[in-house]
Ligand binder design. Structure first.
Ligand code: SF4
Length: 372
């Protein structure tokens, strides 16, 4: 099976107060970062099977100029081999997607774009500390379509303090009016290390109660499935099988992937490793000819098995029982039969045609469903 390639672009114009992803605002370091990234690529030449996905994530990849993106893609093509139909995805912030920028991204070879809309409600955007307004997100979507993007995804966030379900459904309705190929609907979670996380800890914010969050989840799933989307993973919806994120699916089924750039994670066999979460350290190590690896772990057979179970139960595709037994050496029906029957009785999973699948209710509580 082909591998996946992730590139972490660690720059943002400003830091959003809820975000825990690694990024810096020192955009003057972009040229040095790109030179280091090209050096890092060479450290892995020939070590992975041909790739069929490239994912430019971050941070804010759309902060790079189209020439810089083209430089990165050209270097990747010179270093690694790729399937002819490689999915080349890029995350973008609405404010960056002018008509010229969208056209240039398409011309550089990007064939899937994910726009960080987050909400079409300006009050929610202000709470989240986003730089854009809903009107800019709408303009960005139009610009990507006019630039010829046939595969457009929108990222949205729900479960913001004080948000009412009705207003969230308005955001979903607006999103649907653009007929995006893909929608990611993430529940707001706050790490304590972020400014909003600190406010939560000080008691200045209250996140919606679990019962309300469950309602958000159920309404989201029902609304989008009612509009013809496939709810194929806890937070992800596609307008058809072909529009599912090929790259993200690799994370969910233990396909090998290589992550380049600061804080990027990689996985192959049973080994997982991750780069230093510091741009300066990353640049320093790569330029000294060293892999900028900050940590590594070798998963035990039991860990791989539990992870496969956890990840499989977060997808509507679920788990093919025969393939699972072959790959992980565990017959789930024999070894976990009692727990599975209990979940079936609670309406959280189905077992049919040799597949274990979470129901919608099961997806909503997928973290606990996996404890079997
Ligand atoms: S949410 Fe996106 S734009 Fe905001 S700080 Fe995080 S990576 Fe940057």
């Amino acid at each position: 099976m082909s591998s996946g390639l992730y590139i972490h672009i660690p720059f943002c114009r400003t830091k959003c107060p809820y975000c825990d992803f690694y990024s810096v605002t020192q955009t003057e370091k972009m040229p040095l970062f790109i030179a280091s990234l090209i050096r890092e690529m060479k450290l892995y030449r020939g070590l992975f099977a041909p790739f069929d996905t490239i994912y430019l994530g971050g941070g804010t990849p759309s902060l790079l100029s189209s020439d810089q993106i083209k430089t990165i893609l050209d270097a990747l093509r010179k270093t690694f081999s790729f399937a002819p139909d490689t999915e080349i995805a890029c995350e973008a912030n609405p404010g960056d997607l002018t008509p010229e920028a969208a056209t240039a991204l398409r011309a550089a070879g990007i064939n899937r774009i994910t726009i960080g809309v987050q909400s079409f409600d300006d009050r929610v955007l202000a709470f989240l500390g986003r730089r854009h307004k809903a009107s800019e997100a709408i303009a960005a979507i139009k610009n990507t379509r006019e630039a010829g993007f046939a595969n457009v995804g929108l990222d949205l966030i729900y479960g913001v303090p004080g948000q009412e379900i009705g207003r969230w459904l308005e955001t979903l309705k607006t999103a649907l009016s653009f007929v995006p190929e893909h929608l990611s609907c993430y529940q707001l979670t706050l790490e304590l290390s972020t400014p909003l996380g600190s406010r939560l800890q000080r008691g200045e914010l209250i996140l919606p109660h679990d019962t309300l969050l469950h309602e958000f989840f159920t309404h989201t799933s029902e609304t989008l499935e009612g509009a013809g989307y496939i709810h194929y993973e806890v937070s992800n919806f596609a307008r058809g099988y072909d529009w599912m994120s090929r790259h993200n699916r690799k994370y969910w089924n233990h396909t090998p992937y290589l992550g380049l750039g600061p804080a990027a994670h990689s996985f192959a066999g049973r080994r997982r490793w991750w780069n230093h979460r510091s741009l300066d350290r990353y640049i320093g190590m790569v330029n000294a000819g060293l892999p900028p690896i900050g940590g590594t772990e070798i998963l035990t057979r039991e860990q791989v098995l539990l992870e496969a179970l956890y990840l499989g139960m977060r997808t509507r595709e679920g788990i093919d029982l025969e393939r699972f037994a072959e790959r992980y050496g565990c017959d789930l029906i024999t070894e976990k039969g009692t727990a599975l029957r209990a979940l079936q009785e609670q309406g959280l999973i189905t077992i049919q045609d040799g597949r274990l699948r979470p129901t919608r209710a099961g997806l909503a509580v997928s973290d606990s469903v996996s404890v079997i």
